[in-house]
Design a protein around this ligand. Structure first.
Ligand SMILES: [Zn+2]
Ligand SMILES: [Zn+2]
Length: 255
């Protein structure tokens, strides 16, 4: 688990940090990265996460769908505050969010808190498989890889969004540090709570279903925003297919 903690933290922190060095982001390459990681996230949700949740919740299988829906709409509402950071959204000025005037205040704080809440929630997915035998969470490496790939554009977009406000560089790095700790801390938290054995495994299944709903919303939004004009771009399509294939393979090979 210590290794997962480090991998998750380092990916997020270094990806965000690299953004300070980038003079001009290559939008074409960024879109390919989004296509790949978004597609991996979508595929790992439908080939690994959802089947596992439904399979483990035999007697409550109809309730699980409700929690997936709750997660989907929770993410939709959270997006109003995060300005789309979790799906790698970079066009805060021209895009669909217009509620920041540059000064640090309610909206900068709301953005930071809501994206950190999102990161905490998705980190909770990484319940140690040894602890989680009760609900057949047999491996989490394909999920970990999915989170890592998802963290790269998310962290870039987070630093980009901070640029909309008047934080200085030290403040930005400290905020990035705090944000990068959210998912690893979520992982520790869910393992800690699981060990307390106060909640039944159904509570964790409901939580996983909510995160699966989050992922469905985030990944489909990435597909949509990557080609809002409905034109096929073969490079992006190829990267999307590659992402989905890798997700399926890593799950299939129990990697
Ligand atoms: Zn967006
Ligand atoms: Zn995320």
């Amino acid at each position: 688990m210590a290794i997962n903690f480090i991998i998750l933290f380092a990916t997020s922190f270094l990806a965000g940090l690299s953004f300070f060095k980038i003079v001009r982001l290559d939008e074409t390459k960024y879109k390919l990265l989004l296509a790949f990681s978004g597609s991996y996230l979508f595929a790992v949700t439908v080939v690994h996460l959802l089947p596992e949740i439904y399979h483990s919740s035999e007697e409550n299988v109809h309730f699980i769908g409700i929690f997936v829906l709750i997660g989907f709409f929770l993410q939709l509402m959270l997006e109003y505050f995060t300005t789309g950071v979790e799906h790698g959204h970079l066009h805060a000025h021209a895009g669909h969010h217009h509620h920041h005037g540059g000064a640090n205040g309610f909206f900068s704080l709301a953005m930071i808190l809501s994206i950190s809440f999102h990161a905490l929630l998705e980190g909770m997915l990484l319940l140690n498989p040894v602890h989680a035998q009760a609900h057949e969470h047999t491996d989490s490496y394909s999920l970990l890889l999915g989170l890592v790939l998802h963290k790269i554009p998310e962290s870039l977009a987070f630093v980009f969004a901070l640029g909309e406000y008047s934080y200085n560089k030290t403040q930005k790095i400290l905020l990035l540090l705090a944000f990068s700790l959210a998912s690893p801390l979520g992982m520790l938290f869910s393992n800690f709570v699981f060990d307390l054995q106060v909640f039944s495994s159904n509570v964790f299944l409901a939580l996983f279903a909510i995160v699966a709903g989050n992922f469905l919303y985030i990944s489909t939004t990435i597909f949509f925003e990557n080609s809002p004009d409905h034109k096929i771009r073969f490079n992006r399509l190829a990267f999307s297919l590659l992402g989905a294939l890798l997700a399926w393979l890593s799950d299939f090979l129990m990697f």
